[in-house]
Write a protein that binds this ligand. Structure first.
Ligand SMILES: [Zn+2]
Length: 112
């Protein structure tokens, strides 16, 4: 999963910024992260914009990545086990946005 990192203070961001809110730096370099994290909140969408009507119901999720970044994405695959605190992993980014799937295993890892 691609993010950007401030070359001055090494903070990570999604999406790219023009200037780093932390140090004011304006130089960023792309950086790869694993894209694993936990679900911080989620909403099931039943009434969608026209271009997504064929996809309802679908889940919008807010993921807190292990790198302490927060990103809004979509849940890919079955929603069984979907819960706040559940582990997810990044699968792809497309024109809709970031996609995550529920990670296998128990959802007990809520440290941080
Ligand atoms: Zn910075």
């Amino acid at each position: 999963m691609e993010i950007v990192r401030c070359t001055q203070c090494q903070r990570n961001y999604i999406p790219p910024k023009y200037a780093c809110p932390s140090c004011g730096g304006t130089r960023f370099k792309p950086s790869e992260i694993e894209g694993k994290g936990i679900i911080e909140s989620f909403t099931t969408i039943w009434i969608a914009p026209e271009q997504h009507l064929d996809q309802v119901p679908y889940q919008l999720i807010v993921v807190k990545l292990d790198e302490a970044l927060r990103v809004t994405g979509r849940l890919a695959g079955p929603a069984e086990g979907l819960a706040i605190g559940a582990r997810v992993e990044f699968t792809e980014k497309n024109e809709i946005g970031y996609w995550f799937r529920l990670a296998k295993g128990k959802a007990h890892d809520t440290k941080r």
